[in-house]
Design a protein around this ligand. Structure first.
Ligand code: NAD
Length: 360
């Protein structure tokens, strides 16, 4: 089959790490007899330099016409880059927000996976880590407190501020469906996180999640209060498979979950909508401090490509092969400088990409 893949090379290390992910996708295409048609899309600083805008209408339309989009990171050095002298709506990050909104991406998925070989980087105790953990945080991205009405006002001579947390049944249902779909491709467990002992929006969240669960009898569902979840993530992260939660709780919990792996530079992410379309990118930024030196770690981007195969193209076998190749390269002792440790073999960005592609 032939798939149209949008490619946002981005800024800083973006073009270097994306090149390695494409190397891996090319190997997948060859091995599994698939065809990926790559279409370049400008975003962020690269788009500002070429067009004066961080995202053009044309680029957004191209992204919409793709089956999935793979992205490196965007942005530059926020103190020295001329991009940050521009008004906020013309800076690189404005392009990222605009493309997510323009594509209607309402769900963000961030896996937190602990590699056996990188266990030393994990800040948790050995007895807690056990033989590792593998979870994803599925966060609602376009509703809740960050998008509700807000204002600061004076009342009786006192300054007050109010933010509003609103969710509709529909907003909850669509992310819940995505969360259960993802769980079906994993270990079939959903932990829905809310604050239903206090918040009405959380009680509605729980009700709708329970309804959606009826359509997924194979998936085990549990509800957990957010304060408890924050504790459980450091007490026993192994218990989680898919954590499904609203915008602000997900913002906080996804950072906590990635931090407990100890290697944030290895983590991929996806922004999703209904159906199979997704935008896949590393969790880290564009690392302008190391751009152009062939020392960036391409693994987060390669794992983002693996998620693209699994969740947008339903190519589980190929995605497994990519994930396995990453594990094998780590097992064979190859490290980029950010994850280097004694006795290992240091390799550059290109070499890491080649080593992974070779093992597919
Ligand atoms: P960053 O993640 O780019 O870098 C933080 C540190 O981690 C740096 O020392 C960097 O060298 C290192 N690092 C990051 N990725 C690495 C990799 N793959 N291999 C080796 N080392 C790596 O965060 P920052 O410095 O705060 O931000 C830099 C730029 O990235 C800013 O313009 C910021 O706005 C942007 N940014 C973009 C995204 C995105 O595109 N989604 C996300 C976060 C930050």
């Amino acid at each position: 089959m032939s798939y149209k893949v949008g490619v946002i090379r981005g800024d800083g290390i973006g073009p270097e790490i994306v090149a390695e992910a494409l190397k891996v996708l090319d190997k997948v295409a060859e091995k599994y007899n698939e065809k990926f048609d790559y279409t370049d899309i400008l975003l962020g600083g690269a788009s500002i330099d070429a067009t004066g805008k961080p995202l053009t209408e044309e680029a957004l339309e191209t992204a919409k016409s793709c089956d999935a989009v793979l992205m490196g990171s965007i942005g530059g050095n926020t103190t020295t880059s001329p991009w940050y002298k521009l008004p906020a709506n013309l800076r690189p990050e404005a392009g990222l927000l605009a493309i997510r909104k323009g594509l209607g991406l309402f769900a963000n998925m961030r896996p937190a996976y602990l590699y056996e070989e990188l266990k030393d980087a994990c800040p948790l105790r050995e007895d807690i880590i056990g033989d590792g953990f593998d979870l994803v945080v599925m966060r609602e991205l376009t509703g809740g407190l960050y998008f509700g009405e807000r204002k600061t006002f004076e009342e009786d001579g006192v300054t007050k501020a109010v933010d509003t947390l609103t969710y509709s049944e529909e907003e909850i249902r669509r992310i819940a469906v995505r969360g259960f779909d993802i769980a079906m491709k994993r270990r079939k467990k959903v932990t829905s996180v809310d604050k239903a002992n206090v918040l009405d929006s959380s009680r509605l969240w729980r009700k709708v999640v329970n309804e959606v669960a009826q359509d997924y009898p194979e998936v085990e569902l549990e509800h957990m209060l957010v304060d408890n979840c924050a504790m459980q993530l450091v007490r026993d992260p192994k218990q989680f498979d898919v954590i499904l939660t609203e915008n602000m709780f997900g913002d906080i919990l996804s950072d906590e979950a990635s931090m407990v792996t100890g290697s944030i530079g290895m983590l991929s992410s996806a922004s999703l909508k209904e159906g199979s379309f997704g935008l896949y990118e590393p969790s880290h930024g564009s690392a302008p401090d190391i751009a152009g030196q062939n020392i960036a770690n391409p693994i987060a981007t390669i794992l983002s490509a693996s998620m693209l195969l699994r969740y947008s193209f339903n190519m589980d076998e190929a995605a497994d092969a990519v994930d396995h190749a990453v594990k094998q390269v780590l097992k064979d002792g190859y490290r980029t400088v950010d994850i280097m440790s004694e006795g290992m073999t240091k390799v550059g960005c290109k070499e890491m990409g080649t080593l992974i592609a070779e093992r597919i």
